[in-house]
Design a binder for this molecule. Sequence first.
Ligand code: MG
Length: 207
Amino acid sequence: MPTGKIVCIGQNYRAHARELNSQAPEEPMIFLKPSSALIGDGEDIMAGDVGRVDHEVELALIIGSTARNVTDEEALSKVSHVAVFNDVTARDMQNKARKAGDPWTLSKSMDTFAPMSQPVPYSSVEDVHRLELVLTVNGQVRQKGNTADMVFPPESLISYISRFMTLEAGDIIATGTPEGVSALHDGDLVVASIPGVGTVSNRFRRK
Ligand code: MG
């Protein structure tokens, strides 16, 4: 499992921005999640009494070599692996922070809030611009999207981030979620998949 920083992108699919009552941003919206939140397939997502907790299926890009000020053209050569990521979010906490103009860090950063599948080599994926994302809860489809619908495609995200923040081997970029986020309940089985990339399956527990 990589252990670098996790750079997340907010509202990178228009339909998801709309469901959050926002408009898609004009530049990538960046926030960080700590690597201490990472868990793998089969581990439980654990949340205490923190209000609504949502799933967000995303494509994760894993950096293989240092990227600083890279162009769109060279950006994807810095990616060594890809994986399926679930950007678990304490939505009530996030909304409260947004409303107050405060950072929403904590709502995204709790232990177990970053389930990720076993990474596969980037070279094994035909085209990161045409990957289907699916998320089910207890077998029912909640999210279905395609990376073709990103506002900012993977290469733009990497070049944009690398203008400000050096990306290092082992860093993870979570590229944003399509529409359909919904609340999790104690005992739910959450399965996030990208055909051709992998699956990460986790049980949600209220501690
Ligand atoms: Mg997200």
